[in-house]
Design a protein around this ligand. Structure first.
Ligand code: NAI
Length: 257
């Protein structure tokens, strides 16, 4: 198994991509800590895995709160003795996060808090734990919109994901010789509850689909499988990347009919 013996935290672990990743990680032999603001849904994901004979536990945590993130990592070290994989995946999109001229300051702050500060806090507390265990793999969820401009404006979201890319690179360079790898996973549009909110508007949906060369949305499992690779020792020479899993969006100038 590809993650045998590893201990992994997945933030946003109760959501679309997070829950799919928890299933893949546990299926590959990891102990998965399903960490989510929604503790009840996190518990359901962990229970489902344990019922299948896999290793999982659940923690209710808000990634924007330093004390909670510190407590999350401390709890994992106390209960599991190590931390090998930190998947900073929790993220939000807000319907009032639009063009930069029309996005209110409170929405900007909220989105940056969850999507960027949450990643910073996850790294801040995971890195010392990983160093103590001889190294590890950090995976931070960015997005294809950090690489190419989005067809539909979402200024704070895009800025937050660009910040995730830059932060991840810096961590990768700083800690490479101490056994920690850090990669930014950049999904294209994936069929999850987060995207369903955006796709309610038919015009916005059509504008998004036309840019995807493979002609469909991605599935959460397709992101989870990339996360398994980045978490595992198979990617031992992969660090500091903007790891795109986007159906070809960022490669396309004109999408074929
Ligand atoms: P989702 O909405 O299905 O799941 C997100 C999870 O994060 C939820 O379970 C939610 O409870 C949790 N969460 C939100 N705020 C939190 C907080 N403050 N503390 C702890 N947990 C919190 O979303 P999805 O699609 O699974 O997204 C996961 C990540 O992938 C996000 O970072 C998102 O920005 C990113 N992404 C998603 C894409 C998509 O098309 N679905 C495309 C590119 C990136």
């Amino acid at each position: 198994m590809r993650l045998e013996g590893k201990v992994a935290i997945v933030t946003g672990g109760a959501g679309g991509i997070g829950a799919a990743t928890c299933r893949e990680f546990a299926g590959q032999g990891a102990h998965v800590v399903v960490a989510d603001r929604d503790g009840e849904r996190a518990r359901r994901v962990a229970d489902e895995l344990v019922a299948k004979g896999l290793q999982a536990s659940a923690v209710a945590v808000d990634v924007t709160r330093g004390t909670e993130m510190e407590g999350l990592v401390e709890g994992v070290l106390a209960n599991r003795g190590r931390l090998d994989v930190m998947f900073n995946n929790a993220g939000i999109f807000h319907e009032r996060d639009v063009s930069v001229t029309d996005t209110d300051e409170d929405i900007w702050d909220l989105v940056i808090d969850v999507n960027l500060k949450g990643v910073y806090l996850g790294c801040k507390y995971a890195i010392p734990a990983m160093l103590a265990g001889g190294g590890g793999s950090i995976i931070n969820t960015a997005s294809f919109v950090a690489i190419v401009g989005a067809a539909v404006s979402q200024s704070a979201y895009t800025a937050s994901k660009g910040g995730v890319l830059a932060l991840t690179r810096e961590i990768a360079v700083e800690y490479a010789r101490r056994g920690i790898r850090a990669n930014a996973l950049c999904p294209g549009p994936i069929d999850t509850p987060l995207l369903a909110d955006l796709m309610r508007d038919e015009a916005a949906k059509a504008r998004r689909l036309v840019h995807i060369p493979v002609g469909r949305l991605g599935r959460a499992e397709e992101i989870a499988q990339a996360a398994v690779f980045l978490a595992s020792d198979e990617s031992s020479f992969v660090t500091g990347t903007d790891f795109l899993v986007d159906g070809g969006i960022a490669a396309a100038y004109v999408t074929p009919e």
